[in-house]
Design a binder for this molecule. Structure first.
Ligand code: MG
Length: 363
């Protein structure tokens, strides 16, 4: 396969509602999309870096530069596309690697889920709800999510909006499948104060401590019966192995963009399956393009828990793909079409883009 041309688009897309976590609030998402053209096919992927640092230090601006100045010029010059590893910018690297996966699957005529070693099984959907103005608003949204059929409801927490908030939620929804996500906002000094969370029947407590604190998470997991789930801490297969070895978590939230692409994601998956650590696929407020990659990955057998895989309508008035993602019986269904299985609407993407770049193979 020889990549003849690469197109990059930055599309500002307004969320249907603001999404607030302990690291900040977003009302708009800068969707960074990559299209690779080769042998009559087009492979698409989405770079999940945010407009500003927060979830990780990586930004869409930095990823834009890395892709346009370094990765894309190299890929259009090479006879056999190989993506170099870039430890500091896994999300930029992942976009290129995952676009190549889509392209390759399309050229071979196989669905991406099958190319990755999964199946076309439906994937259970969970919803992540951001911090809300008050308990009443939160309870309304939880009731709505459960009525829509989501198989799990994850709530963002931060210091000061945690134990009391979750006690009230549990009282109002005694049987709901609930989890919480701290996005690294706590320290071990909060341990005693957070202990009541352990008695609320939560499915898991996600990333309470900062990403680099594997020892702290191991200490928490010793004390808590509720499984600790790691997200930001898992930046590579080696970190996943280390976290499992140390006992830092009993569940892993895997996002392919965060670990540098599908090759690394498959390694994390294999490590988790070997150690019987259940996985689920997280979300980064993706458009339907990134969602397609996530759904394909989440069909692998180790993904036994509902992912943050909402339908398009959860985030966007109108998605950038056709058909849009829909939820049926609390699950998303991968299409049987080759590659990502949904059509990225290139004309609309180009029309909405605030920034475009094209890198062409030299004559
Ligand atoms: Mg998370």
């Amino acid at each position: 396969m020889v990549v003849e041309r690469a197109e990059l688009f930055l599309v500002p897309l307004r969320l249907r509602e603001s999404f607030a976590t302990s690291t900040g609030a977003a009302l708009e998402r800068e969707i960074l999309l990559l299209a690779l053209h080769a042998d009559g096919g087009v492979g698409w992927a989405e770079c999940v870096a945010g407009a500003v640092p927060g979830y990780t230090p990586e930004t869409s601006d930095g990823a834009w530069r890395t892709l346009t100045e370094r990765l894309l010029p190299a890929i259009v010059r090479s006879e056999h596309p190989v993506v170099p590893s870039i430890a500091t910018e896994p999300m930029a690297r992942a976009a290129l690697e995952m676009a190549l996966w889509d392209l390759d699957a399309k050229l071979r005529g196989v669905p991406l889920c099958v190319a990755l070693g999964g199946t076309s099984r439906p994937v259970d959907a969970g919803v992540a709800l951001g911090l809300m103005a008050d308990d009443a608003a939160l309870h309304r949204r939880i009731a709505g999510a459960l009525a829509e059929g989501y198989r799990r409801v994850k709530l963002k927490i931060e210091p000061g909006r945690d134990v009391a908030m979750m006690r009230a939620v549990r009282e109002r929804f005694p049987d709901a499948p609930l989890s919480v996500d701290g996005n690294g906002a706590y320290t071990l000094d909060d341990l005693d104060r957070l202990l009541p969370l352990d008695h609320l029947g939560l499915l898991m407590i996600e990333q309470p401590l900062p990403a680099d604190d594997l020892f702290g998470h191991a200490r928490l997991q010793e004390v808590f019966r509720t499984p600790i789930c790691l997200d930001e801490s898992i930046g590579s297969p080696a970190q996943a192995e280390r976290a499992i070895e140390l006992g830092s978590c009993r569940v892993i939230n895997l996002k392919p963009g965060r670990v540098g692409g599908f090759d690394a994601a498959l390694e994390v998956h294999a490590a988790c399956v070997a150690r019987r650590v259940p996985l689920w696929c997280g979300g980064m407020l993706e458009s339907g393009v990134g969602r397609a990659h996530n759904v394909a990955l989440a069909t692998l057998p180790g993904f036994t828990l509902p992912g943050d895989l909402s339908p398009s309508r959860r985030y966007w008035d109108r998605d950038l793909v056709e058909p849009e993602w829909e939820m049926t019986d609390g699950a998303l269904h991968p299409s049987g079409a080759p590659g990502i299985g949904v059509r990225a609407d290139r004309d609309r993407i180009a029309a909405l883009a605030s920034r475009r770049a094209e890198v062409v193979r030299p004559e």
